[in-house]
Each structure stands twice: as structure tokens, then as C-alpha cells.
Design a protein around this ligand. Structure first.
Ligand code: K2U
Ligand code: NI
Length: 182
């Protein structure tokens, strides 16, 4: 199983690379990586396992964060109505998005960033994502709320973008325009 020792930290060059597309159907090695990403996220949300292995809780994880520069992510998050969004995706891409933005009132963190970066992170309020599951089958997902924020955070990792890149440096706490607070 993955632990925090496997998660690279800010400053590692892999976090600033554009990750490579994954060949389909995925190889056994790529399927194993995808499984490990999801396993970490689920383990990190289990208080007993997280405490026993010192896992920082997360709702998503991208392959570059374990030093694998490939376009794979895992997301395991529940929205405000209690609906679970649990997806391990290969080559995910945002195919459409709202004009309206959204941001987390609490700001964002990252398993690869140890120090805080206070400030609002403007994201699209609603997105449609296409990708492929672990068997290479196409998946299309419409997202809003925290799941939409999480998918955008993870897809950013595949493009070498960190959450704090989006924060207004002049005024980090300035409310983003045309945006809903989550
Ligand atoms: O990619 C990662 O580093 C995992 C992040 C993803 C994330 C950060 C901010 C907003 C949405 C997703 C971790 O999940 S950070 C911990 C966390 C836990 C619950 C809610 C938000 C952030
Ligand atoms: Ni992150």
C-alpha cells in the first residue's frame, strides 16, 4: 500500500511536468498504479488505517504525486447531498464547463504541499469530464460542488499545475468574481 513516503513534495520536478497519455487498453502495470492511487485515498479516509500508517486524509490523488508522470487520477469524495463519487480515471479531460466559477471557503491544500497557501482558488462551478476506466471503457461524468473542485485539482496535477498557482497574489482572500462559495 502507498504511504506518505511515496508522495513527492512541492519542488520535485515531476509536479511541474505535463504527464503522458496512457496507452489503451491499460497495461497491468498501469492498472496496478490506478488501484494504488484509489487504495491510498480510501485508506486515508479510514481513521484507523490513516492513524496506523500516518496517512494525510485526501479525497483525490494523481499519478505524478507518486512520481509517475502518467495521466491517471483517483477521486473518492461525497457531495453535500451524500452522493459518493468514486472514480479511477485514465486520460481524464474536461470537455465542457460552466462560465460560473466556484471556490472552497476553506481554500485548498494538497498532499504534495506541506506548508499552507491561504487564499481562494477559483475553479469552474460545473464540469463535464471524459476519461477511461481501468478496463479502458469510456466514462463521462457531470460534476458540481466539491467533486467538481476535486477533479479540477487532480487534472491540474496532470498538467503540472499546483492549486496555489490560481490564488490572486495581490489579494489572496479577494472573493473571485461570478463565483459561488462552497
Ligand atoms: O491532490 C491532492 O493533493 C489531494 C487533495 C485534493 C483536493 C484538495 C483541495 C480541494 C479538493 C481536492 C487532498 O484531498 S487535500 C485534503 C482535502 C480533504 C478533504 C477536502 C478537501 C481537501
Ligand atoms: Ni494536490
Amino acid at each position: 500500500m502507498l504511504t506518505m513516503d511515496d508522495i513527492v513534495r512541492d519542488g520535485h520536478p515531476v509536479l511541474r511536468k505535463v504527464a503522458s497519455e496512457v496507452a489503451l487498453p491499460p497495461s497491468d502495470e498501469d492498472k496496478q498504479i490506478l488501484h494504488q492511487l484509489m487504495e491510498y485515498v480510501q485508506n486515508s479516509q479510514n481513521p484507523e488505517i490513516a492513524e496506523r500508517y500516518g496517512l494525510r486524509p485526501g479525497i483525490g490523488l494523481a499519478a505524478p504525486q507518486i512520481n509517475v508522470s502518467k495521466r491517471m487520477i483517483a477521486v473518492h469524495v461525497t457531495d453535500e447531498s451524500g452522493k459518493l463519487y468514486s472514480y479511477s480515471l485514465i486520460n481524464p479531460r474536461i470537455i465542457s464547463h460552466s462560465v460560473e466559477k466556484a471556490y472552497l471557503i476553506s481554500g485548498e491544500g494538497c498532499l504534495s504541499v506541506d506548508d499552507p497557501h491561504p487564499g481562494f482558488v477559483p475553479r469552474y462551478a460545473r464540469i463535464t469530464v471524459k476519461g477511461f476506466d481501468s478496463e479502458g471503457k469510456e466514462v463521462k461524468i457531470r460534476l458540481k460542488g466539491l467533486p467538481a473542485i476535486c477533479f479540477q485539482h487532480e487534472i491540474d496535477h496532470l498538467n503540472g499545475i499546483m492549486f496555489y498557482d490560481h490564488i490572486n497574489t495581490e489579494n489572496p482572500m479577494e472573493k473571485p468574481e461570478n463565483a459561488i462559495a462552497i
